[in-house]
Design a protein around this ligand. Sequence first.
Ligand code: NG1
Ligand code: MG
Length: 389
Amino acid sequence: MKQVIEAFYEQFGSGGEIQSFFAPGRVNLIGEHTDYNGGHVFPCALSVGTYAAARKRSDAKLRLYSMNFPELGMIEADLSALVYEKEQEWANYPKGVAAKIREAGYPLSEGADIVYYGNIPNGAGLSSSASIELVTGVVLDAFAGLSIDRVELVKLAQAAENEFVGVNCGIMDQFAIGKGEKDHALLLNCQTLEYQKTPIHLEEETLVIANTNKRRGLADSKYNERRRECEEALGQLKTELEADFLGDISVEDFEAHKHVIDDPVTRQRARHVIYENARTIEAVEKLNAGDINGFGRLMNESHRSLRDDYEVTGHELDALVEAAWEEGAIGSRMTGAGFGGCTISIVPKADIETFKENVGEQYYKQTGLEADFYVVEIGDGAKRLEEEE
Ligand code: NG1
Ligand code: MG
């Protein structure tokens, strides 16, 4: 945090009260491509994330600077005229959050100077964007004394991403980052937003994120295509079953009625969502019963379903996951939208060094790419930091 405050002085000068804030990145343990289908997800907040040093302003200006994108320089905006500007890239996320807070009717008339620093690997599917949104949300909320309910702030951040930035994501990222808690994952029903904090006690094992370093070039267009396919499947099932979301439909009901989905590919997409939703609930039951191996087996099944039914993995993710399975991971799967990005694995602590070495080597052989490995800890949701942090 010290360097962030130093960068703040450099950008905006000293004087006045500078406060520190943090919002984590997130990783989803199981429940993939279920959020926008009203199903369950099981993400956790990470100990890496976005730091912000901020100072209140007495006018309506926002001045934003990211240590990760120094080439974009300082970006200025007026609270009363917030518009999306493509060339401002990352700064559209904070601007969008401010815009949504105001649109929701909160009295936000005074701005802030904010310096951001993120230590989340970029573009890897660990939600650096939602992290920037939520850290901005807590800064603006604290400075204006708004006391916005946390779940509402989560929804405003999602609205910023959907409507201001134009990324059609579900609620999972913002929820995990806004509501996460150290050493817990959240079993979230994405339709009702009911959630259960689940303690994760990994004593002999650890969570490992591995980045394929394959750019997720297709992710956006394929993401929207999958959303459309799911809507089509739901539309056809709807006449048979009373369901507003695929996530409402049980495995039994699906099996009894799947014939109404006439296109076999669309049927496959729906099958992934419905089984993945059931798998997520079952996986959390296993975890609560102390059955980490059972949890890992369901992670593996999740990957196969994303590979074969939902078709969002690709050669790199499959190679990395298969190498992890070979190397004795308790569970391993792709995480996030897919087509590149990261995998999440549960690995025995004692094997971690050989795991990284052998999986890395195998992955390189298969793809010609170097993977990066991160042993991660589950951290807290978005918050103001105390002095010593
Ligand atoms: P990633 O790829 O981690 O950004 C995306 C969506 C999530 C969710 C997952 C799939 C965005 C910003 N987020 O996550 O809401 O749908 O895919 O489970 O697009
Ligand atoms: Mg993102």
